[in-house]
Design a binder for this molecule. Structure first.
Ligand SMILES: CC(C)(COP(=O)(O)OP(=O)(O)OC[C@H]1O[C@@H](n2cnc3c(N)ncnc32)[C@H](O)[C@@H]1OP(=O)(O)O)[C@@H](O)C(=O)NCCC(=O)NCCS
Length: 414
């Protein structure tokens, strides 16, 4: 098929409806009028791009400034991409490639250090230097075998309280904002996110949604949003007669609130078990259970995809768990300004990163660096997979020691 000649440019006022239509067709969905209006109204016109075949808008990309928590933990601004779609009539002709090239160039010119997105499919973005920087797991807890171990520490002084949906949105936003700043991989959310979370609560006849908060000394330190629904779940032992709790989201700012909220969830009467949505891979709940097999991992997948746009800027924006030095060579076809050797010197957890003529001890590609950037991933594993090449024995393990971070990165918004 003849390659389409597309022009990529920012959107004019008259392109906005076509932008929404192109996203609809690209994702094969139909928006309500309100949803389409919301999408258009929320566009950042300095960052959104359209790909035009003549007068026709055939490809879309929305960009937003977002705040990402990086190891430290510290919050840093990033370019967040969304609404990436190409009309089915124009696919596999380089339209996405052109959109991303423009987005990367503009981000580089603006001084963006990092670009992030959540991907609809796993095979699209690796070739553009993105890497899977956070991973989620989903769990099923069988209450028939779930008993809790006696906590070693002092009992928590707080209590779990239930809030009505009308009161919950503001409290959810406050707790989330504190919690997301403490975990690498989390993104800031607009207040509308929580309005939507409470607006979907409890349609008559459907699952009932609850907003449980942990309160201690007059402060809300955590929440669990869960639905209780009729269960026809074959994975949970008591079967169709009982109901199942579905954990939509649990977000905590202290160990006491985590332990109190999960103790509450495990103890919910009239439920045969608990299923979770996307959760961190290092879920501490497993350590609360006398029988760890009561908690099964039912799914695992990629969360936030990261792309480094500015190597020194990105590596200096985060903190490190140990000190040391590494000289890396980065191979980066999609952002050629990044390609080359860098000396990474970490002292007291702070990195100084400079281009260097010194010989690299390790060569890796842009996606590999992005995979490890937030402290998950494994340089050693990437070496085994052929994505990183050691020129000095032990270089991968040394870089792992610098980059690794706990808790594991996780993004509850990807
Ligand atoms: C995914 C999508 C944006 C790709 O757009 P496109 O214009 O066809 O992509 P390009 O032609 O620039 O493709 C670039 C490369 O990626 C590959 N590629 C594109 N889409 C791919 C996919 N879904 N899976 C695997 N590889 C893919 C192409 O084969 C091409 O490879 P090559 O360089 O080896 O030839 C488009 O198919 C689409 O709109 N899909 C539906 C909506 C969607 O999933 N959007 C992504 C949201 S995160």
């Amino acid at each position: 098929m003849r390659p389409a000649v597309v022009e990529v440019r920012r959107l004019g006022e008259h392109d906005l409806d076509a932008f929404a239509r192109c996203v609809e067709t690209g994702f094969a969905v139909r928006f309500t009028q309100a949803k389409g209006d919301e999408l258009v109204a929320g566009l950042d016109r300095d960052r959104a791009l359209g790909a035009f075949d003549g007068l026709e808008l055939v490809g879309t990309l929305a960009g937003y400034e977002a705040e990402l928590t990086v190891p430290g933990p510290l919050c840093t601004p990033v370019l967040s991409l969304a609404e990436i779609a190409v009309l089915p009539t124009h696919r596999r002709r380089g339209v996405l490639t052109s959109l991303l090239r423009h987005a990367f160039d503009a981000g580089h010119a603006r001084g963006d250090r990092l670009c992030v997105l959540a991907s609809s499919e796993g095979g699209i973005y690796g070739r553009f230097g993105f890497g899977v920087a956070t991973t989620y797991q989903r769990y099923a807890l069988d209450r028939s075998v779930a008993s809790l171990v006696e906590p070693a520490g002092a009992a928590a002084h707080g209590r779990v309280v239930l809030l009505e949906p009308s009161l919950a949105a503001g409290a959810l936003a406050l707790v989330f904002d504190a919690a997301r700043r403490a975990r690498a991989g989390e993104l800031g959310r607009p207040p509308a996110y929580f309005e939507e979370l409470v607006s979907t609560a409890s349609d008559a006849g459907g699952p009932v949604r609850f907003f449980a908060f942990y309160e201690e000394a007059g402060t809300l330190d955590g929440y669990a949003v869960y639905d209780v629904a009729p269960s026809v779940d074959p994975d949970l032992a008591y079967g169709p007669a009982r109901r199942v709790a579905m954990l939509e989201e649990c977000c905590t700012t202290s160990d006491a609130s985590y332990s109190a909220l999960f103790t509450y969830l495990v103890g919910l009467d009239l439920t045969s078990g608990l299923r979770t949505g996307d959760r961190p891979v290092d879920e501490p709940l497993r350590y609360m259970l006398a029988d760890p097999r009561a908690l099964r991992t039912t799914a695992r997948g990629d969360g936030l995809w990261v792309r480094v746009l500015d190597v020194p800027g990105a590596l200096e924006a985060r903190r490190y768990g140990s000190d040391g030095r590494s000289v890396i060579e980065l191979v980066d076809a999609s952002c050629p300004w990044n390609a080359g050797c860098y000396a990474v010197e970490v002292a007291r957890g702070v990195a100084r990163v400079e281009p260097t003529r010194a010989a690299a001890e390790l060569t890796l590609d842009a996606g590999a660096l992005a995979t490890c950037y937030l402290g998950g991933g494994s340089v050693t594993g990437l070496r085994t997979a052929g994505r990183a090449v050691e020129h000095v024995a032990g270089a991968a393990a040394r870089l792992d020691a610098l980059l690794a971070w706990r808790p594991e990165p996780f993004c509850s918004t990807a």
